[in-house]
Write a protein that binds this ligand. Structure first.
Ligand SMILES: *Cc1c(COP(=O)(O)O)cnc(C)c1O
Length: 386
C-alpha cells in the first residue's frame, strides 16, 4: 500500500495519516472543511441549537450521595451522558459530523459500529437530516446487539453485517474505509471514536469536548474548585478525551482512562499503525492486531486514540484496567445505590473509581464520566448472572 505521512494531526509520535493517496485526498479535503467550519459562528450556533434542542444538553453533573457514603472517600460526581438522546455520548459527535457533512453538500453517510451505539446515533442523525445511511457492523456484533440492528433499520439505515476477520468492530472499520475509497465523491464517513487517520481524532475530540466544557463549569458552580480526578472508560477513547479535554492543561487534575483487562491497548500496547494512524496497539505473536474480547462491545478494539497514546507516554494521563467481575459488580452497585443503570462500558469507569476512592480523602472530588445508559446491556447481564 502506498503510504503518505502527513505532518498535521500528530500527538507526539502518534496519530498522522497512513493511507493510500486517493484516500488521503479525501481526508485532506475533509480536514480543510473541518477547520473552515469549526470556528464559523453560524456553524457553532447551529451545533449549539441541535445539542440543546435535540440531544438535550446540557446534561447534569449529578452528586452521587449514596455512592459517596458507601465508598467512604471522596465526593463522587457523575457526568450524565447517559441522559442524552439515544442514551450515550456518541450523539454529540454524530450531530457535529453530520452538520459538517451538510455544509459540505454530501448526502450519503456511512459509519462503522461495534455495540451498535454509534450506528444508532448516526442513523438517528441521518433520519433527522434526511441523509442516506449505511452502517457496517461486525456479523458477531449484529448477533450480540440484535435490538440495535433493528433500531437502526427503524431509523431508516441499511445495516451491512461484516463476516470478514472476526466479524467485529475492527473488521467493520476496514469495510467502511473500503467504501469511502470507492465512493468518496458523494460519501461522508462518520467515524465513531477518536481514532483513525487525521482529521478524525482531532474532529471527534472537538465535538466531544462539550463533556468537559460543561463539567468544568458545573463543578466550579457546585464546589468552587476543580475535581481531583476525572475517570472515564476508554474503547477508542472518544468519551474519555471529551471528558479530559478541558482539564488537560490543569495539572492538579488526574486524568484516568479505564480499559477492560482483556483489551488493554494502553497498558500493554506497543506503537504501531492500525487503520491509517499510529497509536498503542495490542499485537499478537505474528505482529497482527490482537483478537480482543470484552463483555462491553464498545470497548472491544485493539487500538486506542493517538492523543491517549501520547497522554500515556508523556505521563499526563493514567490508564488502568478492571476485570469483568468488577464491572458486573459496579453495574449492579450503581443501579441499586443511585437508581442509574450504567452501560457496561461506563461501569468500567465506576469500577475503577471504586478502587481509587479509598486512596483519596473525603475533601477530594472524583468526576466519573457516565458515557451511556445500560438499557442495551440489561438482557446480556441477566444472561451472565443467571
Ligand atoms: C461506544 C461506547 C464507548 C466506547 O467508545 P469511546 O470512543 O471509547 O468513548 C463507551 N461507552 C459507551 C456507552 C459507548 O456506547
Amino acid at each position: 500500500m502506498d503510504q503518505q505521512l502527513q505532518q498535521e494531526g500528530y500527538f507526539g509520535e502518534f496519530g498522522g495519516s497512513f493511507v493510500p493517496p486517493e484516500l488521503q485526498e479525501v481526508l485532506s479535503y475533509l480536514s480543510e472543511q473541518f477547520y473552515k467550519f469549526r470556528d464559523d459562528p453560524e456553524f457553532k450556533e447551529e451545533l449549539r441549537y441541535y445539542l440543546r434542542e435535540y440531544v438535550g444538553r446540557e446534561n447534569p453533573l449529578t452528586y452521587a450521595e449514596r455512592l459517596t457514603k458507601a465508598w467512604g472517600g471522596p465526593k463522587i460526581y457523575l457526568k450524565r451522558e447517559d441522559l442524552n438522546h439515544t442514551g450515550a455520548h456518541k450523539i454529540n459527535n454524530a450531530i457535529g459530523q453530520i452538520l459538517l457533512a451538510k455544509r459540505m453538500g454530501v448526502k450519503r453517510i456511512i459509519a462503522e459500529t461495534g455495540a451498535g451505539q454509534h450506528g444508532v446515533a448516526t442513523a438517528t442523525a441521518c433520519a433527522m437530516f434526511n441523509m442516506e445511511c449505511v452502517i457496517y457492523m461486525g456479523a458477531e456484533d449484529t448477533r450480540r446487539q440484535a435490538l440495535n440492528v433493528f433500531r437502526m433499520e427503524l431509523l431508516g439505515a441499511t445495516v451491512v453485517p461484516v463476516h470478514k476477520g472476526q466479524g467485529r468492530l475492527k473488521d467493520a472499520v476496514d469495510e467502511a474505509l473500503d467504501d469511502l475509497v470507492r465512493n468518496y465523491k458523494n460519501t461522508f464517513y462518520l467515524l465513531g471514536s477518536a481514532v483513525g487517520p487525521h482529521p478524525f481524532p482531532t474532529m471527534v475530540k472537538h465535538f466531544q469536548a462539550i463533556i468537559s466544557e460543561e463539567s468544568k463549569l458545573q463543578i466550579m458552580e457546585k464546589e468552587g474548585r476543580l475535581p481531583d480526578a476525572v475517570v472515564a472508560c476508554a474503547g477508542g477513547g472518544s468519551n474519555a478525551i471529551g471528558a479530559f479535554a478541558h482539564y488537560i492543561d490543569e495539572p492538579t487534575v488526574r486524568l484516568i482512562g479505564v480499559e477492560p483487562d482483556q483489551a488493554p491497548s494502553l497498558t500493554q500496547g506497543v506503537p504501531s499503525i492500525i487503520h491509517g494512524f499510529k497509536c498503542l496497539v495490542l499485537l499478537d505473536e505474528e505482529g497482527q492486531p490482537k483478537k480482543t474480547y470484552s463483555i462491553a462491545a464498545g470497548l472491544d478494539y485493539p487500538g486506542i486514540g493517538p492523543e491517549h497514546s501520547h497522554l500515556k507516554v508523556t505521563g499526563r494521563a493514567e490508564y488502568a484496567t478492571v476485570t469483568n467481575e468488577e464491572v458486573l459488580e459496579s453495574f449492579q452497585e450503581l443501579s441499586h445505590t443511585e437508581g442509574i443503570i450504567p452501560a457496561l462500558e461506563s461501569a468500567h469507569a465506576v469500577a475503577y473509581a471504586k478502587k481509587l476512592a479509598p486512596t483519596m480523602g473525603q475533601d477530594q472530588i472524583i468526576i466519573v464520566n457516565l458515557s451511556g445508559r445500560g438499557d442495551k446491556d440489561v438482557e446480556q447481564v441477566y444472561q451472565m448472572l443467571k
